[in-house]
Design a protein around this ligand. Structure first.
Ligand code: KG4
Ligand code: ZN
Length: 340
């Protein structure tokens, strides 16, 4: 069979996104278009994503965002081989918008529908626009997820570790809020940490040295939030931000270190990929890159556009599924929880 061209839709959190991706039989993926409408401005006043506002905004944006992605791709609906939509996990009101819209397009154009797991989308995002062979080890760190996955292929992934409480991005956001920074807090906290010296703060080192690959950020969040309220000067706040960023990066690297050691016993192709919004953080990237080097792993952080939520990764996951002949029922359910 020839190349597959798939329209992808993503509406599981606070971005309305549509994209068209072409996948050739040898596995090379080209992004023909990728449109992302961020709702950050709609939610900023509330200090976080409000599910009801997100769902309403998806309803207003999805048709226009899809039309733009189709126009920019220049293939026309006749040029599509399938429609992929995020079916979970995520805020279910938003998921229902994108999934229903995808079903409508599939029915109207007589195209196969592929219901995609959002996490599987993040897992394949490193393969957008450049060849990255399976298998690889993936650290997925976003506002909603913090997981280590052994990715052997589409639909063939094992979770090696996950967070037992908060996601890393959630910890960044909540501590940033305690420091008086706006939403989303991660990027603001990284800016504040520039020029800070975290050495004077002794933050909890959760699970450090434990044998499994699980994460925990709630102790750090509580301790850092308490310290944040006690900060008196900008200097204090910058130092604390630096300490928090360092502590999160160290935990991510320590758990990834364990996962790499387990992974290396099973695979010769040693590659650590980091994806998700937190991968934007330079300290996190540098700390992970050093841990990868110590373990003889190559290190890959996809371009930021593919790290944060987007529809190209959903289109690619859908195309890889379609390539295997895996098509979803038109009555596929929206799933607020959907572990890989
Ligand atoms: O992947 P993403 O865009 O959305 C999902 O949660 O799926 O990730 C957003 C998260 C937020 O928690 C945000 O604060 C965090 O990624 N983030 C960062 C940085 N940029 C985004 N955290 C730390 N440093 C950054 N530069
Ligand atoms: Zn995501």
């Amino acid at each position: 069979t020839g190349p597959l061209v798939v329209l992808g839709l993503e509406t599981s959190c606070d971005e309305t996104a549509a994209s068209v991706v072409r996948l050739t039989p040898d596995g090379a993926a080209t992004v023909l278009s990728s449109v992302v409408h961020s709702q950050i401005d709609d939610h900023a006043a509330y200090g976080g994503v409000v599910p009801e506002i997100a769902a309403r905004s998806h309803v207003e944006m999805i048709a226009g965002v899809t039309a733009r992605a189709m126009a920019e791709a220049g293939v026309g609906y006749d040029g599509l081989d399938g429609v992929a939509a995020t079916a979970g996990p995520g805020l279910v009101g938003g998921v229902m918008v994108g999934l229903s819209f995808g079903k409508a397009v599939a029915l109207a154009r007589d195209l196969p529908l592929v219901a995609v797991n959002h996490l599987e989308g993040h897992a394949v995002s490193a393969r957008l626009g450049r060849p990255v062979d399976y298998p690889f080890l993936l650290l997925l760190v976003s506002g909603g997820h913090c997981q280590l996955l052994e990715v052997r292929g589409i639909g063939d992934m094992t979770r090696l570790g996950t967070t037992i409480d908060d996601a890393a991005g959630e910890a960044f956001d909540k501590i940033a809020k305690a420091l008086g920074l706006g939403y989303p807090g991660g990027p603001a906290l990284e800016r504040l940490a520039e020029g800070g010296d975290g050495g004077r703060f002794d933050l909890p080192r959760a699970l450090l040295g434990r044998k499994d690959c699980d994460f925990s950020f709630s102790g750090l969040k509580t301790a850092a939030s308490r310290l944040a309220h006690a900060c008196e000067t900008d200097r204090d706040r910058a130092d604390l931000a630096d300490a928090v960023q360092g502590a999160i990066a160290r935990q991510l690297a320590d758990r990834s270190d364990r996962a790499m050691k387990a992974y290396a016993e099973r695979h010769d192709h040693r590659l650590l990929v980091v994806a998700g919004g937190v991968a934007a953080n330079r300290t996190v990237r540098a700390t992970l890159e050093a841990a990868a080097a110590r373990n003889g792993f190559a290190f890959l952080a996809p371009p930021m556009a593919w790290c944060t939520d987007n529809a190209a990764m959903i289109a690619l996951a859908g195309a890889e599924r379609l390539q295997k002949g895996w098509i979803s029922d038109i009555d596929a359910a929206a799933r607020p929880r959907w572990p890989l």
